[in-house]
Design a protein around this ligand. Sequence first.
Ligand code: S3P
Length: 194
Amino acid sequence: MSLPKRVVLVGPMGAGKSTIGRMLAKELGYRFLDSDRIIEERCGANIPWIFDVEGEDGFRQRETAMLDELTGEQGTVLATGGGAVMRPENHPLLKKNSVVVYLKTSIEQQVERTRKDRNRPLLQNDDPEAVLRRLFDIRDPLYTRLADIVMYTDRKSPRLVVRQLVNRINPRTPRHKRQRRKEGRDYAQGTSRT
Ligand code: S3P
């Protein structure tokens, strides 16, 4: 299998899309793009401000335009916002020449990882856990349907997730080849543990 033109990460808030995306891009020798961060840069304002002033609908319009632009680029790992799957017109953009990875994460982990966050307007209320549960019920089937790879992230370090992803996406990256050669040497010298 040759490398895909693009890897697109989808999944809920707190799934680790940005952290894992940045590490994965490095590993594949790709450029990392974070849709939310680029929207903020272009807009000169953060996401809570955009939600405040333009409403969620305004943000979703910006998001669709950004996905349209960013999915024109090749050799990239693209981290999307958790709600990017909500607009059907985004689906062909996300799928186009891409391997779509769903970073699947339990509600408990999502709650834990977003607990102190003030940059996610949908969670600034009395019961963020209830919101995350409601969003999960709506969005999980969409993430799953779009995904080429579903990767569970609970109880895994970002490093482990990235290693497993690289093996799924392209088992012949330089690092993987080196690892295979080393395993071969260990085996020949009788030091292999497998
Ligand atoms: C959203 C997720 C956020 C951001 C915005 C809306 C959502 O991105 O796009 O606050 O609807 O789930 P992250 O998933 O990167 O937190």
